[in-house]
Every structure is written in C-alpha cells, then in structure tokens.
Design a protein around this ligand. Structure first.
Ligand code: ADP
Ligand code: TZD
Length: 574
C-alpha cells in the first residue's frame, strides 16, 4: 500500500502528514483539538481517517484551552493543531496559559515557507512563528525534514511532560507535509518516548529536614495546589494528611483531592489558618499572588512562619520568601518519602490548634448555611449556588468548570468537591475564556458529565463553542449566571451620555437561545427550583444544555474577591 499518490512509485512511501500522525499514535496520543485550514486541513482529515479523535473548534484559543485541560487531566500532552499566523496567534494565548498553569500541551501550527518568511517577502499568512512562540512557552521546535518528524515530536512530548510540565510549540512548515520517505525507513525513524516524566526522588537529607520542622510545629498547615492534583498521587497525599493529622487547605483546582468535607479540611477557616500557622507545607502550590506571595497581612505576624515546599522545579524555591525546607522531586515520591519517614508513632499537632480550627469552621459554616437558606427574588449567587452545591454532593463524579469573578469566587467557596481533578477553572492568570474549551476537553477525555458555571461576561469569551458541544453531542450543561454585565449590571455612564457603562451588557439577555440554534436544550431559570430541575434533567439526559440563570444584577462586587488589586483601590490604600 502507498500512502501518497506518487505515479509509478516502485517502493512504498510515506509522507509528512502520515509520519506526524504515526508519531503521535506511537506515543498513545489519540485526540487532537484543531481548527482546519491551509496547510493542515488534510492533517485533520487523515488523522480522523486513521482513527484519532479530531475535535474541531470555532476558534483556536478554545482548541488550545481544551488541549491544556486534557493535559492536566490525563498527564499526556494535549495537542492543539492550527493554521499559520492568525491561527497560531489565536492558539498562543492558550499555550502561554498552559505554561503558566504547568499543564502539558503541544501547539502544532502549520507555517509558511521559511525562505519567504525569512526574507519577509510576503507569503500567505507569513510570520516567524517559532521566534514569537519561544519566550511564551516552555520549549519550541521546528521540523524541516520528514526524517526529523520522529525526533521533533519526541522532543516536544518530553519537553511538555518532564520536570515542571508546560506548553511546547512545534512548527511544521507546509512543505514538510508533502515530503516523502521510504515507508519502512520513515516508520522506523519515529520515536516512542520512554519514561517522559521520570520519578524524581527527593534527597534523603531534605526529607529529614522537612520532617524535623514539621515535628516541632505547634500550628502546622498543609497547602495542596494544582500541582498536587496533576501528580495523581491521591492516595499518598491522603495518607500524608491523615497520618500527620495536619489540617490542610486546598487551592482552587486541588479541591476534592481529599473530599472538602474531610475533618482536616481547613477551607472554612482559611484566613484564620493562614494567619496563625507556624509551619506551612506547600505541596505543588506556588507562593504567587493567589497566596499573597507568602507575606503581608494574610500571613499574620511577620517572621512567625517557616515553609516546607515540595516542588519538581528547583527554581521555584525562595521565589517570594525564604523556604526553610525545600523538597525537590515529584510529588508522589516526596510524599511517599515523608510518610515513610514519619514512622509508626508520629504525634498529631497539639489539640488546641486543631480544636481552634474546628471552632472557626463551625462558626463560618453556620453563617454560610443561613445565607444559603435565604431565597431572594431575583436569585443571588448564594441561592443559585445552593442548588449547584446539592447537585455536586449527589453527583460527585461531575466535572465542574468555573469562570467569572463573583461567579468564580462564590462557586469555589460554596460548592464542595469530593473527588480529585473534578474542578477546572481560571487558574494562575485568572483568565476568562477557558470555559467552553475546558468543558469540551473534560467531556471528551473522561466521558463524565460536565457542569460549567459561567459568569455572563466570562461565557462570552468562548460562547460560540456551544456549537462544538452540540456538534459532538457532549454531556455538557452550561449555566450562565446572568447579572447583566461584567461583575454586575448596575454601573452608569459617568458622562450621562447614551452609551451604557463599559461593564454593562444588554439587560435581560436570553443566553439560552444561543444553544437552541444548534439543536441543544435552552432553559430560562429564574428560581432555584427551575435551576435545579434544568440541571438535573441535563445531567440525566446527557444532552447539551444551556441554562440562563437570572441573577440579581446588584448582587456582585467589583472584581469579586480581588478588588484589592484594582488600581483605584490600591491608590486609596496608599
Ligand atoms: P496553585 O495555583 O493550585 O496554587 P500552582 O500552579 O501555583 O498551584 O503550583 C503548581 C506547582 O506544582 C508548580 O510549581 C509546579 O512546578 C509543581 N508541580 C507540577 N507537577 C508536579 C509534580 N508532578 N511533582 C512536583 N511538583 C509539581
Ligand atoms: N480578559 C481576560 C482574558 N481575562 C480577564 N480576567 C479579564 C479580561 C478581566 N475580567 C476578570 O478578571 S473577571 C471578568 C473580566 C472581564 C468577568 C466578570 O464578569 P462575569 O462574572 O459576568 O463573568 P460575575 O460573576 O458577574 O462577576
């Protein structure tokens, strides 16, 4: 059999398209998130023809976000495939975001001819993509010859997965796809990557140092980050927490690593434990803005804390404050080593610390229960999320995608998660637009129902992908928390002019109508009962559904919980 149509071919040949597909398949990559066009249209067709799942999007950023989420969920690099210049640039935001989040993905973009690009002679979609991608991702490669496709894809996979995971760019110029090789020679040039993310065992003295610090702590705390969720060391992490008896705080995407209802969860006493703890062990979490850089008011009295940090990336250590006990290695190996080193009679933290946390939790949970029980008209974030909270408790296997400002903050604190890697959200950048891409990836890679809780502004960034959800008939239920604008709908035009304020949208918009255009189920919900009924029906039927949940337009606050980062707030505080 020949794979190309070379006339009078005397030997079987294989072209660049098929070498790329075979190289991916050889490495157990079975899905591509793509948007077709010159020069990669045939690559999408042929990949599908050869049994790969090709999910075709309406905009490359969402294909890229899907690849990133697939990478996080599966520990295999998610593949995003785009055309040159504009398609590449559309995918680049997602690649960069994946890198910032430490998710493994590979952006493969077709590109124009090198000779023309380098002389800037004005080719179709001309752009020096490799140079542009390089500073924005973990690694970037270009393949010019068919015989190097195997090496190029192997390097991309290894770069994405090894050490701290991240985004990799792979530049494939149009001419590469039509190059041919003798078939057997071509196939034998492909590389199956062996052990792309090798275990990294921590140095024994670093384990001892960490345990010595933890043993003497009076008020210890563990913080679990999305690196811990990614690592899939769930049982070991649970053993560390339970054997040590140390209270823990999950960062947003680490929620559910242990059930949020676990006795040692300190989520409901977050401010208290951050301020009061004396020894803090970070497990796959960075001391970035999401943790107030490890200093300031959030962290209580100055110089009272010592940190232990588990991370695979040695350069992360001391990034914001001094780390007394760094543990460099993969989370599974580090946590195993800690648990082994704790022996059989490890003493739990002093009871006055754990009791104080329990009392705080009870106080805060009682307060929240009272707020959740209110039934205002129109709905507010709390009454709508009380519904979601119960549904997720009943169906803990649901994957929850979440973006927005107030919608994000309230969902994160109100909706308990029970299983690992069931919460996907705006991540380290706090980026809007991940919603539909993440939802598609979650449905495609896990076959589990997906519930996307979206602010109305957030939804707008990727809303057109509801067509993609309908086209592939994915079990995704999108709930748009419609409060008429960015953060809310109450802002006014300070000039008194006819234009509405920059944060205000069309009032009373019917987002549910959008999905009806593509054959999905649209529901307009104005009460918790209607919302509950619509979500339950969507989860039971598995049909693509979009619920327009009407939320009080005055319910939110500017920027949700990060108001303090607004320049005008900073100015007031100076
Ligand atoms: P969060 O936002 O949840 O606080 P971050 O994204 O800031 O989490 O931190 C994740 C950290 O986890 C990164 O520093 C990354 O290097 C680290 N990491 C990712 N995978 C692993 C792993 N398998 N083993 C150890 N560290 C990891
Ligand atoms: N653009 C991008 C790519 N990311 C961003 N984070 C923003 C803009 C700024 N931004 C936020 O940080 S939240 C948000 C924007 C535009 C939307 C908030 O409105 P919403 O949610 O309707 O999604 P709430 O629940 O009404 O607050």
């Amino acid at each position: 059999m020949t794979n190309d149509s070379t006339p009078n071919a005397t030997v079987e040949t294989i072209n660049g398209f098929h070498l790329v597909i075979n190289a991916l398949k050889l490495n157990d990559i079975d899905t591509i998130f793509a948007l077709p066009g010159i020069p990669i249209t045939d690559l999408t067709r042929m990949a599908q023809g050869e049994g790969m799942r090709v999910i075709s999007f309406r905009h490359e950023q969402h294909a890229g976000n899907a690849a990133a989420a697939a990478g996080f969920l599966t520990q295999k690099p998610g593949i995003c495939l785009t055309v040159s210049a504009p398609g590449f640039l559309n995918g680049l935001t997602a690649l960069s975001n994946a890198t910032v989040n430490c998710f493994p993905m590979i952006l493969i973009s077709g590109s124009s001819e090198r000779e023309i690009v380098d002389l800037q002679q004005g080719d179709y979609e001309e752009m020096d993509q490799l140079a542009i991608a390089k500073p924005l991702c973990k690694a970037a490669f270009r393949v010019l010859h068919a015989q190097d496709i195997g090496v190029g894809i192997a390097r991309a996979i290894r770069a994405a997965l090894s050490g701290r995971p991240g985004g990799v760019y792979l530049d494939l110029p149009a001419k590469l796809f039509s190059q041919t090789m003798e078939r057997l020679e071509g196939l034998s040039s492909l590389i199956k990557v062996v052990d792309p993310a090798p275990r990294q065992i921590p140095a024994p003295d670093s384990v001892t140092r960490a345990l010595d610090l933890l043993k003497d702590a009076k008020r210890p705390l563990i913080i679990l980050g999305k690196g811990a969720a990614y690592a899939q060391a769930d049982a070991a992490i649970r053993e560390l927490v339970e054997k040590s008896g140390v209270p823990y705080l999950p960062m947003s995407m680490a929620k559910g690593l242990l059930p949020d209802t676990h006795a040692l969860s300190a989520s409901a006493a977050r401010s208290f434990v951050l301020a009061e703890a004396d020894v803090v062990m970070l497990v796959g979490a960075r001391l970035n803005w999401l943790l107030s850089h490890g200093k300031g008011k959030t962290w209580g009295a100055p110089n009272q804390k010592q940190f232990i940090q588990i991370d695979i990336e040695p350069k992360e250590i001391d990034s914001n404050v001094a780390i007394a006990a760094p543990l460099i290695g993969d989370i599974g190996s580090c946590v195993d080593a800690l648990v082994a080193g704790m022996g059989s009679n490890w003493a739990h933290p002093p009871a006055d610390w754990t009791t104080a946390i329990i009392q705080r939790k009870e106080k805060n949970l009682t307060k929240m229960a009272a707020t959740l029980a209110l039934n205002p008209v129109p709905m507010n974030f709390h009454s709508a999320l009380a519904v979601v909270r119960t549904i997720v408790t009943d169906r803990p296997d649901i994957i929850l995608v979440n973006e927005g400002a107030n919608t994000l903050d309230f969902t994160r604190s109100i909706v308990d998660m029970y299983q690992p890697r069931k919460r996907l959200d705006v991540g380290t950048w706090g980026i809007m637009g991940i919603g539909m891409g993440f939802a598609v990836a979650a449905a495609v890679t896990t076959n589990k129902p997906v519930l996307a809780i979206e602010g109305d502004s957030a939804f707008g960034f990727s809303g057109m992908e509801v067509e993609t959800i309908c086209r592939y008939n994915l079990p995704v239920c999108v709930v748009v928390f419609n409060n008429n604008g960015v953060y809310g709908g109450m802002d006014v035009n300070k000039s008194g002019g006819a234009d509405v304020a920059p944060t205000v949208f069309v009032k009373g918009a019917r987002y549910d109508k959008i999905i009806e255009a593509f054959g999905g189920v649209g529901v307009h919900a104005t009460t918790p009962q209607e919302l509950n009924k619509a979500i339950v029906e969507a989860l039971n039927s598995g049909r693509p559904t979009l619920i327009n949940a009407v939320i009080d337009e005055s319910a939110g606050t500017e920027s949700g919980r990060i108001t303090q980062l607004n320049p005008q707030t900073i100015a007031k505080n100076i």
